[in-house]
Design a protein around this ligand. Structure first.
Ligand code: BTN
Length: 218
């Protein structure tokens, strides 16, 4: 079951880092690391992930049985609990009213048979909690700090369900929540209009199919 055993830390560098250590030491599928505060939270593309203590979820799950859609399934699970208006900006940023409220960082050792799925959700993050440079692009779910624990449980249940369902069901749900389709985007290889998500979870754009990386709305 996703979420057990659970290690909760008041403060840690990165829950992903701690979960990786546990995975390398043999932690079982579903083991969870959470923290009230991360002092060196990691984002995708080598960026830092910053969130005010006690107002955001920081959760990392050890997975030993997953497929290539893991990071998409995780982003979709967050969108499931973020409400009907939540959209997924491929591959797994979750947007509410155009602002990023959550991010997913998957780090794995396929040769050792594990991956760590790290999820940060700005559950009760207010505009004034964010650094000025993020106030235009980032946001929160508008919930209270007391909601963190119930939302974690909703998230774990949503993640478990999304990990179990057939890939085709995940892809269909992603298409419904696709934040990019029909919009001009750029990526490291060029720019074009996002054409949706294919059956393998790749982003179709400008005659290409991207299977990883990052795209930006332009
Ligand atoms: C992104 O750049 O969008 C991904 C952000 C992922 C942040 C989460 S918070 C929990 C886990 N621990 C980390 O250090 N990063 C992930």
């Amino acid at each position: 079951m996703i979420g057990r055993p659970r290690l909760h830390l008041r403060s840690v560098g990165s829950t992903n880092e701690r979960a990786r250590e546990l995975a390398a030491a043999g932690a079982p599928h579903g083991a969870l690391v959470t923290a009230t505060e991360q002092t060196a939270g990691r984002g995708r593309q080598g960026r830092a992930w910053v969130a005010p203590p006690g107002r955001a979820l920081a959760a990392s799950v050890v997975l030993r049985d997953h497929d290539a859609l893991l990071s998409l399934r995780a982003g979709l699970a967050v969108a499931d609990i973020a409400g009907p208006g939540a959209r997924v900006k491929w591959p797994n940023d979750v947007l509410v009213e155009g602002r990023k409220v959550a991010g997913v960082l998957v780090e794995g050792r396929p040769q050792e048979g594990w991956a760590v799925c790290g999820i940060g959700v700005n559950v009760a993050v207010r505009e004034e909690d964010l650094p000025p440079e993020l106030r235009v692009t980032a946001g929160g779910l508008g919930r209270e700090p007391a909601d963190l624990e119930p939302i974690l449980h909703e998230l774990l249940a949503a993640l478990e369900a999304r990990l179990r369902e057939p890939a085709a069901v995940t892809v269909i749900a992603l298409r419904v929540r696709d934040a990019l389709r029909g919009n001009p985007v750029r990526w490291s290889g060029g720019f074009g209009v996002a054409g949706g998500i294919d059956d393998q979870g790749r982003l179709m754009v400008g005659g290409e199919r991207l299977d990883s990386g990052e795209v930006h709305l332009i």
